[in-house]
Each structure stands twice: as C-alpha cells, then as structure tokens.
Design a protein around this ligand. Structure first.
Ligand code: PLP
Length: 212
C-alpha cells in the first residue's frame, strides 16, 4: 500500500521550506500494484536496488507512463550495466572503476542521465562506496579518464550514530569537489537530511510500509 498522506505531508514540508528537493519513492521489495497506486497519485520518481526487479516492474510501466523516472539506488554488477543503462534515468551508486569504465561505453545514452558517486562516508566495512579520501582520484578517473559527467554524491550514514555529522561531511565533500547535488536522507532521517538541502531524499518504508 502506498501512503499518499505521508507523501503529501513530506512534499508540503519541502515546498514550505522552498527547497528544490525531490522525493525518490523507493519501491524495492514492493509490488507493481503499490507502484501503480503511487503513479495514480502523481508520484513520478521511483528507486529500485536491483536491476532485474526493476525491469520486471518498470519496463511495462515506463511504456505506459513515459514521464516516470527510475533511479538505481543499489550496487550495480558489471554484467548488468547494459540493462541498467537502458532502464534507469539516475544512478546513485557509482563507486568502482570497473563500472565507470563500462559506463564510458554508453556515453551517448548516459549524457541525458545523471550519475552520482556513492561515498562510504563513515568507512564502514558493511557498506559500499568510495572512501572520502579516495573521492578526488575517483572523480578524476570518471571525468578525465572516462569522460563521464558526475552530478553529485550519495551516502548512507551508519545506523547506530546520529546522522548530522555525516550529512555535514558529505555536503562539504560535495562543495569541495565542485558538485552541487547530494542524495541523502531515508525514512528515519529525512527531516534532518532536509536541512542540508539535498537534491534527493530516498524514502521507502515511510511511503510503502515495511519490506518483506
Ligand atoms: C532501501 C533504501 C532506501 C529506503 O530506505 P527506507 O529506510 O525504507 O526509507 C533508501 N536508499 C537506499 C540506498 C536504500 O537501499
């Protein structure tokens, strides 16, 4: 079930504060029916973590609703790059040279899309992402060696610590590297994330309920 009241409440909060933030409705592990409910309420931006699941749900929906935007918010495997480039509009999780190199084979397609680099902001072994101290080199590799346009940075702060310091760190890291956009904030911390003026907040549970 899609919770439109909650969606509207958060959208209104964003508007009241005159932010340009967009809500990515994370529909992973939720049914196509739930996605359709959201579409019928006017939601147009969705996020999925797995390429196959996203294809199953969204290829037909995208034909019917060409204005929906699909974001990849999970890690991308090299053998899925081609499918991913065909389906997704925004990539939140670029973090490996191998994938950047493969992306460069699809330059024309990717020029109309947006790529974010995932930063492992707290250097957690359980998380993917580029370590902050390696970001500059990785950005150069993407931009200079592979001619990719990079839009901004994404991170997921540790579960067991207050998120503020990590949101602040990722904002500063983006600024320092001349990047304007950040993708931060999930169901538990989006209110705090909004104070950092993110381009995207990524909301799953709060909009669609608990995942199976
Ligand atoms: C699952 C997921 C979300 C949504 O998480 P919720 O806590 O359910 O809002 C956001 N971003 C990423 C990268 C995710 O994997």
């Amino acid at each position: 079930m899609f919770n439109y009241n909650k969606y509207k409440e958060i959208a209104d909060l964003i508007e009241k504060n005159q932010r340009n933030t967009e809500i990515v409705a994370i529909s992973k592990n939720h049914s196509k029916e739930s996605v359709l409910q959201a579409i019928n309420k006017g939601v147009r931006i969705f996020g999925e973590n797995r390429v196959l699941e996203a294809k199953d749900k969204f290829i037909s929906l995208k034909n019917k609703y060409p204005d929906i935007e699909i974001h990849l918010t999970g890690p991308l495997q090299s053998n899925k790059v081609k499918d991913a480039v065909n389906l997704f509009d925004v990539f939140h999780t670029l973090d490996r040279e191998k994938i950047a190199k493969l992306f460069s084979n699809y330059k024309e397609k990717l020029d109309s899309k947006k790529i974010y680099i995932q930063v492992n902001i707290a250097r957690e072994s359980s998380k993917s992402g580029v370590f902050p101290e390696h970001l500059k080199d990785f950005l150069d590799f993407c931009k200079i060696d592979n001619d990719l346009k990079i839009c901004g940075l994404m991170c997921i702060p540790p579960m067991d610590k207050p998120p503020e310091i990590f949101f602040k760190d990722i904002s500063e890291l983006a600024n320092k590297n001349g990047l304007k956009n950040i993708s931060i904030g999930m169901s538990n911390d989006y209110e705090i994330a909004l104070q950092y003026n993110p381009k995207y907040i990524r909301l799953g549970t709060i909009l669609f309920g608990k995942r199976k």
